[in-house]
Design a protein around this ligand. Sequence first.
Ligand SMILES: [Zn+2]
Length: 127
Amino acid sequence: MAAECLGCGMRVTAGVLTCPKCDALLDEQTDGSVLHRDIAHQHETVAQAMAKLEHALQDCRRSHAVGVRLAVGRGVIRDEVMRQLSWLAMSGEILDFDHDEGNTGAIMVTLRRAPGRAAARRAAQNP
Ligand SMILES: [Zn+2]
């Protein structure tokens, strides 16, 4: 799978972490979009829902999205997803997660900083 640097438009091969043209950190680039995944409304078992959670996070990492909004319902799947996300947040695999504003049946998972933050940090590291 080929990707494109959002900073300069350079086509880069998958797995390349830094743009060869403008040195942007490709993993951290985001176009500000949010993916949407429903992992709990097709009569999933907890195991099936957790597999869908993992796929949703993989899709998000491959995309330029800021994060993914998960519809998790209000039952045992939601509890298990919250547990898993707590672990992923502690281990640094995701940045953050939270209930979508007032809707407890959905969780917003953040994988990348909003546009600008990565560039600002890079500038701070390489003055
Ligand atoms: Zn670039």
